[in-house]
Design a protein around this ligand. Structure first.
Ligand SMILES: NC(=O)C1=CN([C@@H]2O[C@H](COP(=O)(O)OP(=O)(O)OC[C@H]3O[C@@H](n4cnc5c(N)ncnc54)[C@H](OP(=O)(O)O)[C@@H]3O)[C@@H](O)[C@H]2O)C=CC1
Ligand SMILES: CC(=O)[C@H](N)C(=O)O
Length: 262
């Protein structure tokens, strides 16, 4: 018997931001599909959320940097008509100079942060468009617009997520399908266990709790925001950034070299 609840697919649900998204979406009455490599954690979370909220939860053990893992989730997104929300959350990043990163880490970050959210969005979009409804939440980062010497590759991948989201928003206008880009700043998760720099190296005053992050991001989602910056108190800063970006683009469309280059 198919569930009456809308289904949310959350990637990277075995810890951190994804695990809190799973909890919050369960509270909102979503059935869940949880995706990550650590199936033991997924099953524990699934049992807890089922018991607490009376929802249905499926756990999928998948490495989203591998073709087989991606195909598993793509097939679900292609076929399960009950899916109403995709949270592209799984991500990683080594905080390191580009020259010092290994080829394996470089490939894994591009695969997980760029290829996976792209393929999963492409997998779910046809059904969303057919139904004129559905939403994709892409977890980017504030590093998308502010590269540091130790975040070059990571920032580039998150800038892709932001641009991919902004482009989709333009494509999907008036279709009933929504895309939200969420740009967290430092958030207290296991991300730093694998990043090469421990969370303890950061000023606690600038690190947000995962619960506060996700609750703020969902508040932005409920407001209909296209880009949500949970930690930015003065939203006029983003508005000014976007206006400057648009004005700069307009200034590129002139067809003649700028005088300073002549
Ligand atoms: N923490 C922060 O300061 C910030 C984080 N972000 C972004 O938030 C998102 C969530 O990260 P966060 O919660 O912080 O970190 P965590 O490390 O706690 O969570 C990362 C999640 O991604 C999953 N994951 C990692 N590698 C793979 C893989 N190869 N295949 C499938 N799933 C994988 C992990 O599960 P498993 O290991 O079980 O596979 C885990 O569930 C990321 O996109 C990150 O870039 C953005 C800004 C700030
Ligand atoms: C400091 C970081 O790289 C963090 N993951 C972020 O995206 O802000």
């Amino acid at each position: 018997m198919p569930s009456a609840n809308p289904i949310a697919v959350v990637t990277g649900a075995s810890s951190g931001i994804g695990a809190v998204y799973a909890d919050r979406l369960a509270r909102r009455g979503y059935d869940l599909v949880l995706v990550a490599r650590r199936i033991d954690r997924l099953r524990h979370l699934a049992d807890t959320l089922c018991a607490t909220h009376g929802i249905k939860v499926r756990s999928i053990e998948a490495d989203l940097t591998e073709e087989a893992g991606l195909v598993q989730v793509e097939e679900l997104l292609h076929t399960d008509e009950g899916i109403a929300l995709l949270v592209n959350n799984a991500g990683n990043g080594k905080l390191s100079s580009t020259a010092d990163m290994s080829d394996a880490d470089t490939a894994a970050t591009i695969a997980l942060n760029v290829v996976a959210p792209t393929r999963l969005a492409r997998a779910v979009l046809p059904a969303f468009l057919r139904r004129h409804s559905g939403a994709i939440i892409n977890i980017a980062s504030v590093m998308a617009f502010h590269p540091l010497p130790i975040t070059t590759l990571y920032s580039a991948t998150k800038s892709y997520v932001l641009m991919f989201s902004r482009g989709l928003q333009g494509e999907l206008a008036n279709t009933g399908v929504r895309v939200q880009a969420v740009l967290p700043a430092g958030t207290a998760t296991e991300f730093y266990d694998h990043a090469g720099i421990p969370l303890s190296a950061f000023d606690p005053a600038v690190v947000m709790t995962t619960e506060n992050l996700v609750d703020a991001a969902l508040a932005g989602f409920d407001k209909g925001e296209e880009v949500t910056l949970p930690s930015v108190h003065d939203v006029s800063l983003w508005d000014a950034y976007e206006q400057a970006r648009s004005a700069l683009f307009g200034a590129t469309q002139v067809g003649t070299p700028a005088p300073r280059y002549v």
